[in-house]
Design a protein around this ligand. Sequence first.
Ligand code: 5GP
Length: 112
Amino acid sequence: MTLFEKIAAREIPADILAEGTDWIAFRDIAPQAPVHFLVVPKRCIPRVGEIGAHDTQLLGNLLVAAASTARQEGLAVDGYRIVINNGPNGGETVPHLHLHVLGGRPMNWPPG
Ligand code: 5GP
């Protein structure tokens, strides 16, 4: 089981914000912004580079979940950033697909 599967199964504690049948949203343990949460599919896909056409509905659900949880967290008006790190050069450290949602401050571009 991956770390994020264990969080979804409540085997590891996390500050869970919202949950659907195939996804879960919880606060990042090392926040990089005033609001920083992850949206994670309950079924493990290691990274976005391994998605396929059969994942289309799940991926759509993740984006809808990110937007609805961001609204719940009060980010809708000022905006926020969604990030997916993919593989070593992308900065991915947990090999289980996840969307970072960061808000509560202006974001820089380009990212470092
Ligand atoms: P990545 O670097 O793979 O894109 O992002 C992984 C994220 O998972 C990091 O931002 C890291 O802080 C977060 N993370 C790692 N371990 C835990 C944990 O045990 N609980 C929570 N809530 N977040 C974690």
